[in-house]
Design a protein around this ligand. Structure first.
Ligand code: SAM
Ligand code: FES
Length: 350
């Protein structure tokens, strides 16, 4: 029964909620192996052996939101806050460009110190200096008009995880945020023309198989270009500090299922997976992931962008990360691609 379901998912790229729940609750070692075989095969059919590199710049750890799981939440008074200047951000891009990166991901907490004008100026300057590079923003929720103006300034992509498709769970974890607004923002970003990334955490407290099935069905319906899936990892300075987080195995299963549900999506092998297990990122690549996001932030600020504890690579220079990741990708039999790496959906549109 379970192998029939996995084969059906491989052939149809879809399952019902009941089927997904059944699958999640009945996977064993051999069916999991079959699932990973199919998800890798699907990745290879759509993207070949390519794994795309993105240079990540964590430009501010200020955040006005108070997500219960997040180490940079506004209520955490025990971290040192930082903001990179305009010049520091450009310096990260210059170094990244010289290392071969052609996508820069600018990520921060929800920090309104970076006004629309400041953000527009940063995006315009990056596009002026590096016209063949893509700019991805991951800065949280803003008004539609701001999203529009940043797109017009040249931003190509936007990452905004939906975090969980369960309204109940979302509302418990995000006391300062609105479930409908989060989902609506994703739709707006798509309508504006961004390549959009949604995604969720695995192993959140009280998260059920039905919730995870809903995550996959929400993604199937939204049809984003990118899907970020990572384990929830507790941070001691948050209300969820004592909770048990997500496992490597459960996260890999969700990556594989996402690959099969949305074959043409770009799926990052997340740093959080590398934090759980030294070989976590390699395993995600073998389960169907095809993007990695090495860090380009200055090493002095890296330990401060602490969403969860024991984050890897915080002391490593960008050139070191570049080489390290390349070695890891090659060890899986895949190949690094330093190009812009647009999603297949997007390539078919232009
Ligand atoms: N502020 C932006 C936003 O809300 O989209 C981007 C930054 S936010 C910190 C990036 C992602 O980190 C979130 O979407 C969340 O899924 C993830 N994250 C936060 N805390 C985490 C934790 N404790 N474990 C794993 N992932 C976490
Ligand atoms: Fe800032 Fe969650 S507390 S994104």
């Amino acid at each position: 029964m379970i192998t029939d379901l996995i084969t059906k998912l491989y052939q149809d790229n879809n399952l019902s909620k009941d089927e997904l729940v059944y699958l999640l609750e009945n996977l064993d070692a051999s069916s999991r192996k079959l699932l990973f075989e199919y998800s890798l095969k699907t990745k290879l059919q759509h993207y070949g052996k390519k794994v795309y590199m993105r240079g990540l710049i964590e430009f501010s750890n200020y955040c006005k939101q108070d997500c219960l799981y997040c180490g940079i939440r506004v209520s955490n008074k025990h971290i040192h806050r930082y903001r990179l200047t305009f010049d520091e951000i450009l310096q990260c891009c210059t170094e990244g460009y010289q290392l071969g990166y052609r996508t820069f991901v600018l990520q921060s907490g929800e920090d309104y110190w970076y006004t629309e004008e400041k953000l527009v100026a940063i995006v315009e300057k990056i596009k002026e200096l590096f016209p063949d590079a893509a700019v991805t923003l991951s800065i949280g929720e803003r008004d539609q008009a701001v999203y529009q103006r940043l797109f017009e300034a040249g931003a190509d992509r936007f990452l905004l995880r939906h975090e969980t498709a369960s309204r109940d769970l979302y509302e418990k974890l995000h006391p300062t945020m609105d479930f409908n607004n989060r989902r609506n923002s994703l739709k707006l970003l798509k309508e504006i023309g961004y390549q959009v990334g949604a995604g969720f955490m695995v192993g959140l407290p009280h998260q059920t198989s039905a919730d995870l099935a809903e995550d996959l069905l929400f993604l199937k319906d939204l049809n984003p270009d990118m899907i970020g899936i990572g384990p929830f990892i507790p941070h001691s300075e948050t209300p969820l500090g004592d909770v048990i987080g997500g496992t490597l195995e459960d996260t890999l299963v969700m990556v594989a299922l996402a690959r099969l549900m949305l074959p043409s999506a770009l799926l990052p092998s997340t740093t959080a997976l590398g934090t759980l297990d030294d070989k976590g990122r390699e395993q995600a690549i073998l389960a169907g992931a095809n993007v990695v996001m090495p860090n380009l932030s200055p090493t002095k600020v890296r330990p401060l962008y602490e969403l969860y504890e024991n984050k890897i690579c915080t002391g490593d220079e960008p050139a070191h990360c570049r080489g390290c990741i390349e070695g890891r990708i090659n060890s899986t039999g895949m190949e690094v691609d330093m190009g812009r790496g647009d999603s297949l959906q997007f390539q078919h549109k232009v």
